[in-house]
Design a protein around this ligand. Structure first.
Ligand code: UTP
Length: 300
């Protein structure tokens, strides 16, 4: 019997340089997507998959994030005094969403280093990693599928998305083989941000992982790689290629075909805001009408 996945690690300590100057004093994970910060969608996704222990790996400017997931008595009193029960319920719900913990990453030395900061909290059990700048449409509950795949295959599970070959240099890239299990592939190699010419495939690794605790042993030994950062991809590669399945090795990928947004990228962020607003029952009808009229008024 495979151990259940009970804990989620959410690294939010990156510098977010692609979104400067907005991210100078605010983590990119706190940028609003309609009326919630991006990270709230990600925490809600973990909770919907049945995980309510969330560890944030934070860096500078973390206070806004901590306040967001905490009770704010003066705000609650003000809303109560105004009789604004709907908004009062919303702000309380965020604080009660999950059992939230924090660990600090002193310096942003890379995603692998950020995940290693979680070793003490996670201990020796499988865990999920969700990148807080990656929003996945809730109609595609891929994290739940990944947890089911971990129960069937053991080892670690990645989320893979086919991208245009011209885009693969922005992602970790997986070489894969079929497993016989529909929508699940065996990962035989991993390369961080390869050129299109040398990439082993067009399968990009996106920001959801279900990892065996063995990854911590590999991360402790991982030296800075591409960009001088300690890369999660390098430790995962060892799990895929060198560590036997009986010792926590073995990596498979779940092929994701739904909608996903990288809110750390300006264009993808704008697409997330527009699509999520258009899908909303409260805003959608008026917003879609305005959007259609506005687009029609643009010169072709
Ligand atoms: P990214 O590479 O997208 O984040 O990391 P970044 O470095 O902040 O972005 P740019 O390229 O400068 O715009 C993926 C995730 O890992 C976290 C980030 O916060 C993001 O959620 N991360 C990255 C850390 O927590 N620590 C790090 O040292 C690096």
């Amino acid at each position: 019997m495979s151990m259940p996945v009970r804990k989620a690690v959410m690294p939010v300590a990156g510098l977010g340089t692609r979104f400067l100057p907005a991210t100078k004093a605010t983590p990119k994970e706190m940028l609003p997507v309609v009326d919630k910060p991006a990270i709230q969608y990600v925490v809600e996704e973990a909770v919907e998959a049945g995980i309510n222990d969330v560890l944030f790996v934070t860096g500078r400017a973390k206070y806004g994030l901590e306040d967001h997931f905490d009770r704010l008595p003066f705000l609650e009193q003000a809303l109560e005094a105004k009789g604004d029960h709907d908004r009062l319920r919303q702000v309380r719900e965020v604080a009660d969403l999950a059992d939230v913990h924090y660990v600090r990453q002193g310096e942003p030395l890379g995603l692998g280093h950020a995940v290693l900061m979680a070793a003490m909290h996670v201990g020796n059990e499988p865990f999920a990693v969700l990148l807080g700048d990656d929003i996945i449409d809730r109609r595609n509950p891929v994290l739940t599928s990944m947890m089911n795949v971990r129960a069937r295959h053991g080892g670690s599970v990645l989320c893979l998305m086919e991208v245009d070959p011209s885009q693969i240099h922005m992602y970790g890239c997986a070489a894969v083989e079929p497993t016989g299990d529909e929508g699940v592939v065996k990962v035989t190699d991993l390369v961080e941000k390869p050129d299109a010419a040398t990439a082993p495939s067009n399968y990009a690794v996106i920001g959801r992982y279900v990892l065996d605790a063995r990854v911590f042993t590999e991360l402790e030994q991982t030296r800075p790689g591409r960009g001088g950062e300690i890369q999660l991809t390098d430790a995962l590669r060892k799990l895929a290629v060198e560590v036997p399945p009986g010792e926590g090795g073995g990596v498979v990928g779940v092929v994701f075909k739904g909608r996903r947004y990288d809110t750390g990228d300006k264009l993808s962020y704008l697409q997330a805001v527009v699509q999520i607003a258009a899908d909303r029952d409260d805003l959608g009808p008026r917003f879609r009408r305005w959007l259609r009229e506005t687009v029609d008024s643009w010169p072709s």
